[in-house]
Structure formats: C-alpha cells, structure tokens
Ligand binder design. Sequence first.
Ligand SMILES: Cc1cc2nc3c(=O)[nH]c(=O)nc-3n(C[C@H](O)[C@H](O)[C@H](O)COP(=O)(O)OP(=O)(O)OC[C@H]3O[C@@H](n4cnc5c(N)ncnc54)[C@H](O)[C@@H]3O)c2cc1C
Length: 381
Amino acid sequence: MSRFQFPIAPETQEESALRQRVRHFLANELKSGGFTPGPDCWVSGVAPDFSRKLGEMGWIGMTWPRQYGGHEQSALHRLVVTEELLVAGAPVAAHWIADRQTGGQLLKFGTEEQKKAILPKMALGRSFSCIGMSEPEAGSDLAAVKTKATRTSSGWKLSGRKVWSTVAHISDYMIVLARTSPAQQRNRHIGLSQFLVDLSLPGVEVSGIRDLAGKTHFNEVLFDDVELKADALLGVEGDGWAQCMGELAMERSGPERFLTTFILLEKTIEAMRDQIPAKVLGDLIARLVTLRTMSRGIAKRIHDGERPDTEAALVKQLGNAYEKHLFSAMRDVIAMKSETEIHSELLSLRDEIQLRLPSHTLRGGTTEILRGVIARQLGIR
Ligand SMILES: Cc1cc2nc3c(=O)[nH]c(=O)nc-3n(C[C@H](O)[C@H](O)[C@H](O)COP(=O)(O)OP(=O)(O)OC[C@H]3O[C@@H](n4cnc5c(N)ncnc54)[C@H](O)[C@@H]3O)c2cc1C
C-alpha cells in the first residue's frame, strides 16, 4: 500500500453549479467595487463587511450542523468556495480562521452553550476568532509554550504572551494553548490545555505587528492574570496537544497553501500573454492541477472522518514551493519588458508578493518541520 493516500474526487455537478454561483457573486462584487483583489488575501485581506456578505450567502461554516448556523455541506463544497475566493483575491481574512479552524474545534470540544451562542454568529460573518499557539520562544517547538493557566475557585487565571496572532485585532475569541501543569522532561506534550478566551476580558491587550509589506494583520497578545470561567477550558484538561495536532490537516491542506500568488499569474497573462513561454505556462498549470487533486483528495478524507496529517504536510510543503516557483517564473516574464512599458499595478503586485513570500514557509509549519513530518512517514527519520 502507498505510504500516502490522495483519493481522486472528481467535481460533481452540484459542486460545479456552486462554483458558477460563487464566480457570479464575485464578478458582481468586483464590478460594484465590493472589493479590490489582492495577494495573500486570506491573511491580509481583512474586510468584515465582505465576510458578512459571504455569511449571508451561506459560504461560512458550510460543513457545520444546521442547528449551529451551518449548512451541512461537504468539505468538497467548502473547498470549491475557498478556491474561488482565493483565485479572485477576495478579502476573506476576517473569517478565515473561524471558518477553517475555530468552528471545528468548538464543535468537537465546546459546551452546548458555547456552540449555540458563538457558531451561528461566526457562520454569518459577524464574529471572528484567532489562533493563540505561537509565543516568542515557542514556534516550531510549540511544546515550549510558557503561557500559563492556573485553577481558581471560579475557573482559571491566564497569564502569558502570544505572538503572530493573525486577525486578533478584530477577533472576539482566541483559542489559547497554555500550560496547566509543569512540563515533564520525558514528555513535554503532557500538561497543555486549550482555552476559549473572550478577547474583550479585562487583562487582555492586543497590539498589531507590521509585516515586511507594511500591513498589520498579525498581533502580539498579552494576558495579564485574565480571569476565565471554568467552561473556558476546551474539552479535558491536559488534552491541548492532541487538540492542536487534530487541526493540522485542516490548517495545512487547503488551497490557501498554493493559490495565494495565483493572482500574479492571471494578471501577467492578461498583460503579457505573448511573452510567456508555453513551457513555463504548461509547467505551472500541470503542477497546479496536481496540487488541486491532492488537496481535493484530502478534503474527501477529512469529510470521511480521517486524519490525513502527513498528506496535508505534503500539500503545504509542495504548495509553498509552487508559490515561490510561480513568483520567480512571472518575475522573469515581467523582466522581459522594460518596466516603463508595464502597468504599475502589475509591478506593485509583483513587489508585494515578493515581500510576502518569506512568510509562506513560516506560517502553519516551516519547511524544515514539514519535511521532518514527511520523512518520518517515509521511515527515513
Ligand atoms: C504570516 C504569519 C501568520 C502567522 N499566524 C499565526 C497565528 O495566527 N497564530 C499562531 O499561533 N502563530 C502564527 N504564526 C506563527 C508561525 O506558526 C510560526 O512563525 C512558525 O511556527 C515558526 O515559528 P518561529 O517563527 O518561532 O520560528 P522558529 O521555530 O524559531 O524557526 C526558525 C527557523 O529555524 C528552523 N527550525 C526550527 N526548529 C527546527 C528543527 N527542529 N529542525 C530544523 N529546523 C528547525 C525553522 O524551520 C525556521 O527556518 C504566523 C506566522 C506568520 C509568518
């Protein structure tokens, strides 16, 4: 049996019809000035109003149960929508994490009260959330987190510092990974727990961090003895590591890992079709078809209740490499003409992507860490 499994999941008629509806919606939005396309739109395209429109269309929380505001559709339907939004460069960052991760975590580990109160608002694009894993000294080595939650008579007291928290500045909630008992030398994964933290609580301070391109989409978040209710603990105390690892397939396998720079390909084709060598274009399209097939296969496996974590690491790793390759291929094409002959919008797009590219191989797991995961599955580590 193959070490990696990517079942082929051809697009159904229903999915194709959904794709057409999303395209139609996006074309109208674009025409009426509803958004300006941009690269890396799922991280830096923060537009709560646009998220609300998508919520009204039923395109957030698509896979969640109806009783919590969802639409009970498959992971493949969701993938169709996310692909179209990314290709259009639509500003989807505000709700991306709530839709991709927090919703699923709440469905698995939240209380009935939390699910009823929070999920319907998230599905309408009216409540946003963020991930609180990384800390100044804990990124790749996530088990080194120092943020601490201690029991009190009424719940928990949280103190510590998170960094790089995407969209925390507009979020209502963060799922925080914290230590609830001292690290054990033999296994540092023991004693970690996850908490659903309301970011409006006293003692929480969110401050923006500017990225290389000059945008502020991620943040530093301080917790200064924040009082949490007992039900802020997600699931069982000590289960935090397993909960975090359980999200990885969702986090790493989606089209956001290979479509973030796609807009540059489209715009270069629009402007310089005749200059692009057929071999370059053919190579890019062939790789893209392969990545899409892999991503769809994973969505199918997630829908079937499996956890294809290593396959997801492969998609992220190959997807990041593809985005770099696409960028340098298009940069070379653009360089065939004098810059004075090229529309300034295309040059700005190229420059912005160049500044963003280094972050692609950091967020969601670095190249070295992902290669380690893949090597383990191959039995060579
Ligand atoms: C745009 C962006 C958005 C992000 N959003 C979030 C978010 O919303 N929430 C969140 O919690 N975090 C977020 N992060 C943080 C991200 O998860 C971390 O940057 C990542 O885990 C790497 O951690 P680090 O930055 O501390 O780098 P380090 O872990 O210090 O790594 C630095 C370098 O050392 C290498 N390295 C580290 N350990 C090893 C090893 N054992 N073997 C070989 N090489 C190694 C790495 O591959 C890397 O090249 C975001 C990051 C970015 C760039």
